[in-house]
Design a protein around this ligand. Sequence first.
Ligand SMILES: [Zn+2]
Length: 367
Amino acid sequence: MARFLFFLFSFLSVLSLKAYDNTENVKFGSTVYPIYSLSKIDSKSFILYETPISDKISVKFNAVVMQGKINDSNVKFELWVPSEVKKDGESYIDYSIIKGNSRIFHGGRFWVRFDIKSKIDSFKIVVINNGVKSDKFEIKIYEVQTITIPVKKSLEVSSIIEDKSLSLPEDIPFKVIRRGEWKANPPKENYITHTPMKITIHHTAGHYPENYEDSFEEIQFIQDYHQNAKGWIDIGYHFLIDSMGNIFEGRPILVVGAHVANKNTNNIGISLMGNYHPPVSNSLTEKTLNSLVTLVKYIKDKYTIFQNEFYAHRDLSATDCPGDIIYARIPEIKNAIFQNDIRSFKVDFDISDEDLKKQISEQILNW
Ligand SMILES: [Zn+2]
């Protein structure tokens, strides 16, 4: 019989500061991300889902974060830490339990953070029934990461005023959905400014929004996850682009982001929303490519960025990001941006303002 030691941890305090950008997922044996499970349950089910026990983790960390999507929000998340106990000549696995601080958004998009107070090197994550209504439980886990966050004592609400001069100018010839438009939270702390000198392409390796409202909620989710689970100042990326070609402003372009470990200064992070890697392999649309090319073309001209400073995330770190599907298109994308070769990308913007449309068409013809 396993005995459970319950460690109750203090309520989520607001975290911030120089959390590092660890983009590697925790491994659970041969389990592949996104982790997916669909199981029949009844009202008496106590455990709805559990991961296998993770592989041994050698790096130091003080929190585990996870994000994904569930079909019923009446759940609790726990992190179970195994230890071998020997008693009366028998040995068995005992678990200590760490409760998670979680937030579940509309549509079942969730994140959870477990604060780790003493050293552990493996764990499993368990989802507990807290009154689910459905007879099936479905969970998708996009990310499980171990991170190190400096803990701040007080629960503060940021009162930092957004400085618009750090963003792309207002008069750019294409539509960017600004922070104010998607109701971004202010940064948790003052930004560090920088000069854009390189560009790195990512995918979010998560949810693939298929309409504007969905994208809108997803970017709000990502910001909340980055700020309140990972403890970053703000959303990590500078721009996010969805499958309809909508460009969302993330962190203002003139401030340091959080998207490539140890290589964030002067580096602009652009993330395509979805998972462009097998087995998920979301479809990379021409509208997304158009918007990416339009955006980067503008940025490289405005800030004088050269072709050899245009990267895919995997060129800089050990990661699959931005996925095989995007990676295969990088030479073509680079050409379209830097070699005035737009053969593959016909521009097809949804712009109601006819003057602006004309202006963009002319600009594109002049590439
Ligand atoms: Zn990436």
